[in-house]
Design a protein around this ligand. Sequence first.
Ligand code: ZN
Length: 306
Amino acid sequence: MRCIFCKSESTNSKSVEHVIPESLGSKTIVLPQGLVCDKCNNYFSNKVERPLLTHPSFRNIRAWYQVPNKKGKLPSVKGIIAGEDVDISLKIGKNGKFIIQPEEEKFRNKLEIQIDKAANGEVFSPFIFKLEFDPPKKEMSRFLAKMGLEFLAFRFLKNKDLIEFLIDSDHYDPIRNFAKTGNNSIEWTYSMRKLYPIETKMCHPVTGELVMAGFGYDLLLNHRRESYFIFLYYGFEFAINLGGPSIKGYEEWLEKNDQISPIIERNGAKVVKEIIDGKDTFVIRGDLDLNTGRIFDNKQLKEYFI
Ligand SMILES: [Zn+2]
């Protein structure tokens, strides 16, 4: 067994690799022991995933939608009180309301408020925190590079020859090295666009109830035979080219296909605005074929596994 990143012998490696980190709510897309060696696994978790997932862009959304980290702990929110940056914890009270409390002692005595979860997470005086999403570019592209190569390996799992090809092919060396070292001489461009509001819902594939549309992912092969890893996170869509640092081919694909999303409309689904319980609500309707590798908001899907 060899590691898909450093190509070293990895038969004795113990860790399994989560393609989508558990801290984003995913438990299902896992590579077997050794496909990512212990050393690379640790490196990615400390140097690529942690800095990005604790950045306010990810952290505030994870806290607001109650996505715990792999130890089951909910992240705090990064916010502002009286002009100072502070960490604010969010807990769900017995009455179902959010209890919001600054973590720092000096603010603790004056502030503890309760709000309805439905209030939508924007600005609450005297607390200010926002669900803004503007992740740091270098970290985000390395994160996408790592997930993309691993997802390709996940698709190849049943075929040993394809895994060997993925490891030996120099076609994937640039993205491998970029994920592994963050090579400073390369800027690995990715596409990011907002497709629908953060609050958008989808139908639970088993029970049919409306749940948060958390994240999704897929591969797209375009007419140039470039493969793109597509990642959808609370309405934001990212695309990274696994063969080189240009997204020209993706932009061409979007232009030819009326800017549709490879994850939503390409599969016959669409986002529509409906009035539910008297409120305007965005919902993804239509068939989402989960067998192609998508999963939405694992936690709210109540352990629905593909
Ligand atoms: Zn390795």
